[in-house]
Design a binder for this molecule. Structure first.
Ligand SMILES: Nc1ncnc2c1ncn2[C@@H]1O[C@H](COP(=O)(O)OP(=O)(O)OP(=O)(O)O)[C@@H](O)[C@H]1O
Ligand SMILES: [Mg+2]
Length: 355
């Protein structure tokens, strides 16, 4: 619709001019020239007056409001705004309507997002207090018992001191993990990418974890297509942290005499790393949530198997920084497979970079 100062003034001037001419034409004393002059005067004066009022008062003010909303939306200050409005928005009334609609939608989305963040924050605080409380209370308990007299019995004293040290160690790991998560989330940790052989790293991890596995009589093995090196470009230590957490989870959430396999599948440009176990598995309803901070499957929590529940959240973040997505397939009481893909560095490229 042509709803602007010029067209509205023209329409109004035509009406007023027409009415004036019709009125003058029915007066017998007024000549044709007089009617024409009357028509022209009323037409032009109505046009000018209406145009002036609309353009310089009404539309100018609406235009200002329109521009202010525009500025507000683009989060800019009045100074650096050059209100080049789109064609559609040249009509300030149409523009103002769509701007207000968009603005309201934007604010609605923002409010929903803030509410969700608030919910996360509440859950996070509740979880963190719970996680911190457990080792602090345990340590406090051991120390108070010692102070109450148990300190005189050498064997009890040593046992309780060791337990207190273990709880403090758990507290330290929790705080370290929390720092890692918050630093990665804030983008403060830079990955140190380097090229290395994935097989060597995995063998290193398995050697490191051997003892833990032996305690539960769990077999941990590597399955790779061959002994040939598999070169990738990644942050060695961080990726090792990912594989360690996945393999340790496979051991922790497994039954005695179980197995954990690290399976490497080499494709044309990528390698799939899968950590498979025949342990407890993860119920379907928990599968989407176990990558959240502190989330643990209730069953395993009660069995006191779990650590801080931050391991998979850290893994997910680290892998995201490697452009990889962690996948999970799990069947309760049958086992779980966590897997992700990394880009291969071709042998020639690796040799070139070594020169
Ligand atoms: N292989 C698995 N089999 C069964 N359940 C698993 C497995 N891996 C993880 N889970 C479940 O997912 C939860 C989250 O795992 P995550 O590694 O994040 O934490 P955690 O092992 O409890 O503690 P952390 O790794 O910080 O020491 C675990 O508590 C467990 O309930
Ligand atoms: Mg873990």
């Amino acid at each position: 619709m042509f709803f602007n100062a010029k067209s509205v003034s023209l329409l109004l001037a035509l009406c007023v001019g027409g009415v004036t001419a019709a009125f003058l034409s029915i007066i017998p004393d007024v000549s044709k020239t007089g009617t024409l002059v009357g028509l022209m005067i009323s037409f032009s004066s109505t046009f000018l007056l209406t145009y002036f009022v609309l353009e310089f008062i009404f539309f100018k003010e609406i235009g200002n409001i329109h521009r202010q909303i525009h500025e507000l939306r683009s989060n800019q200050t009045a100074k650096d705004v050059h209100p080049e409005l789109s064609k559609k928005e040249k009509n300030p009334i149409v523009g103002i309507k769509s701007q207000i609609k968009n603005y309201a939608k934007m604010k609605e989305d923002e409010i929903a997002q803030l509410k969700q963040m608030e919910q996360y924050r509440k859950e996070f605080l509740a979880n963190i207090s719970h996680e911190l409380k457990t080792p602090i209370f345990a340590t406090q308990g051991f120390i108070l018992t010692l102070l109450d007299g148990a300190v005189d019995d050498k064997s009890v004293r040593d046992r309780f001191l060791k337990k207190a040290a273990k709880s403090l160690n758990a507290l330290n790991i929790l705080v370290e993990d929390l720092l890692t998560v918050s630093k990665i989330e804030a983008g403060e940790i830079n990955m140190e990418f380097e090229e290395f052989d994935l097989q060597i790293m995995i063998v290193d991890v398995l050697e490191q974890i051997e003892q833990k596995a032996e305690k539960k009589n769990i077999t941990v093995s590597l399955e790779a297509p061959s002994d040939d090196p598999i070169y990738i470009n990644a942050d060695y230590n961080r990726l090792k942290q990912v594989v360690i957490n996945l393999v340790v989870n496979g051991i922790k959430y497994n039954h005695k005499n179980g197995w954990v396999k690290v399976i490497l599948d080499v494709h044309e440009d990528t390698v799939t790393i899968a950590v498979k176990d025949n342990g407890m598995g993860i119920p379907h309803e928990d599968q989407n949530r176990i990558f959240e901070r502190f989330y643990r499957v209730e069953k395993s929590r009660t069995k006191k198997q779990g650590g801080s529940g931050l391991g998979l959240a850290i893994c997910k973040h680290i892998l995201e920084r490697h452009d990889a997505v962690i996948q999970l397939e799990s069947v309760p009481e049958e086992g779980s497979t966590f897997s992700f893909d990394l880009t291969l560095v071709k042998e020639e490229e690796y040799e070139d970079s070594e020169l």
